[in-house]
Write a protein that binds this ligand. Structure first.
Ligand code: TEU
Length: 544
């Protein structure tokens, strides 16, 4: 299998539970992914990131693993997985597995045995006689009392997701062996779930002014552990490795993905996806701060360039649909979806495309709490109700922010259940699937799909999109994001209007001569350097 230079690759994220079930199940399957490989090959992506398909009680949709060596029966069998690997490789597609090792399910044998203090697995977890005041990221305390152990155990997420004790070399060795198992089967990449949380400060002090994250985020030994993982699992193998870094810093990411590759190839950070969190509060409906969005992404472009590598993304299975969040999911849905795609794919880094993003899928129009499935969302509803917030305010926040916005079944066609399955899906299909679906997108040469396809191809063709330095031209413009990418031989200029009213821009003199690489309107309104950008208009210019 020949792989493109990983810096020119594009990654497609699949949430298998919501992707496709040819068997007619309520949830998606591995055979469903295999059945759609030709579609993914047509898009032109290089890697397929599968969110967890391991054995799991599905409390957190698979991010609560009960057996790292088994495929959950709901997704199929290990033979189905091996077939997916083989069929993907035939199409020059590499599979990237999601590795969830900050915690495991309390249904895992390690925990079932480890609850007993005399068990060798007891030390795989973090036990205390007294809990700290840390808060779980899914609400409530981060410790739960286990009556078998007679102690509290740490869980930064749900109480069924017990944090693993990375201080224990036996645990670390068990994790590396598991990763080598998947690597040796032919997996060619790993996405590491909240991997910057695995090292906890020894103090386990209370955090009266915070939620405790300062005691485990980018913790004291996290770089030692990642360097050890690199030596034990990655070294000598051509693997795409990306770390999901919760609440991290630029300084740490410069180390996590530094070019001498002692740790990971690249990192996700989420600062740009909190610009609609007023006072840092996720569960409050609010418009996004465009100036902050532009500033944060630009700071990370400049901060990382030349020394480390960004994973660049708008969406994933935890985030609302970007066209609803930062674009327009009504009149200008197609234009704004294309604008967002061009803006992102012109940046330095490896682009990640979340299933359905490539056809401009908006949030579902859920109106009732019974439409939602996500544990984080349902916990937020309970918590906010107890705090006395009105039903209307809570539902408005959930409609805008819930992770379920991205978890509705992939919209393949206009048929019932959107062609996802013949069974009623585990979560309602979005009503907009009748017009927004893959079948319609493939039939329309001007669809968002072909815009993504072209952007993926442009990044392989033009080195400046890989190695060009980044310069922001419009830091203070309230609607326009203009930036340049420059290397020794060529330059790209991206102009994006993020709003529904016209924006104007004066082309710098050295841009009067240019080529258009991609645009989302049929023409380009420019007269002697004066440019008018129509609603959500975006264009990528090129010159040598
Ligand atoms: O998410 C990490 C995380 O911090 C999530 O809480 C996410 O950032 C947040 O919901 C956004 O508001 C990873 C996985 O992507 C997520 O699906 C899991 O639930 C979580 O870890 C625990 O494994």
């Amino acid at each position: 299998l020949t792989t493109t230079d990983w810096r020119k690759s594009a990654v497609y994220q699949i949430y298998p539970k919501s992707f496709y079930s040819p068997e007619g199940k309520a949830t998606g399957t591995l055979r469903g992914v295999t059945a759609k490989l030709d579609y993914l090959a047509k898009l032109g992506v290089d890697y397929l990131w599968l969110t967890p398909v391991y054995a799991s009680p599905q409390r957190d949709n698979g991010y609560d693993v009960s057996d790292y060596y088994a495929i959950d029966p709901s997704y199929g069998t290990m033979a189905d997985f091996d077939e997916l690997l083989a069929e993907a490789n035939k199409r020059q597609l590499s599979v990237m597995m999601d590795i969830v090792v900050n915690h495991c399910s309390t249904d895992h044998d390690w925990f079932k045995q480890g609850r007993h203090p005399e068990s060798p697995y007891h030390d795989y977890f973090i036990w205390r006689d007294q809990p700290t005041d840390w808060v779980s990221k899914f609400g409530g305390p981060a410790w739960s009392f286990d009556d078998v152990a007679g102690k509290y155990y740490l869980h930064l997420f749900d109480e069924t997701q017990a944090d693993l004790n990375w201080e224990n070399p036996a645990l670390r060795e068990a994790i590396y062996q598991m990763m080598c198992f998947w690597r040796d089967k032919g997996v060619r990449g790993f996405r590491l779930d909240v991997i910057n949380l695995i090292s906890k400060d020894d103090s386990f002090a209370n955090d009266p002014t915070g939620d405790g994250r300062k005691y485990y985020t980018d913790g004291p030994r996290v770089h030692d552990y990642l360097q050890e993982m690199n030596q034990r699992v990655f070294d000598g193998h051509d693997l795409m490795t990306v770390g999901e870094m919760s609440s991290t810093t630029l300084e740490h990411c410069l180390r996590y993905s530094n070019t001498n590759e002692q740790e990971l190839k690249m990192t996700f950070n989420f600062h740009h996806l909190k610009v609609d969190y007023p006072d840092g509060q996720k569960w409050t409906a609010a418009p996004f701060d465009f100036l902050e969005l532009k500033r944060i992404l630009s700071d990370w472009q400049v901060g990382m360039q030349g020394n480390a590598w960004n994973a660049i993304f708008w969406c994933n299975h935890d985030q609302p649909r970007v066209v609803s969040r930062f674009g327009d999911d009504t009149v200008y849905r197609v234009e704004s979806a294309k604008m967002l795609a061009t803006t992102l794919h012109g940046l330095q880094g490896t682009p990640y495309i979340y299933q359905g993003e490539e056809i401009g899928t908006p949030n579902p129009d859920f109106t009732d709490l019974t439409d939602y499935r996500d544990v984080e969302t349902l916990n937020a509803y309970t918590e906010k109700t107890a705090l006395g917030e009105t039903e209307a305010d809570i539902l408005a926040a959930i409609r805008q922010k819930s992770r379920d916005n991205a978890r509705t079944p992939m919209q393949w066609d206009a048929s019932p259940h959107a062609g996802f399955s013949t069974a009623t899906p585990w979560i309602p299909v979005a009503s907009n699937h009748t017009t927004i679906n893959v079948e319609a997108a493939l039939a329309d040469p001007n669809s968002v799909f072909y815009h993504y396809k072209k952007l993926i191809q442009l990044r392989k063709q033009y080195d400046v999109l890989t190695n060009g330095s980044y310069r922001l031209l419009t830091p203070d413009d309230l609607a326009l994001w203009a930036y340049e990418r420059t290397n020794d031989d060529e330059q790209v200029l991206v102009l994006s209007n993020f709003y529904g009213t016209a924006a104007s821009f004066t082309l710098p003199n050295d841009w009067l001569d240019h080529q258009v690489l991609i645009q989302n309107y049929p023409d380009f309104l420019e007269t002697s350097g004066q440019v008018t950008l129509r609603p959500y208009e975006s264009i990528m210019l090129y010159r040598t």
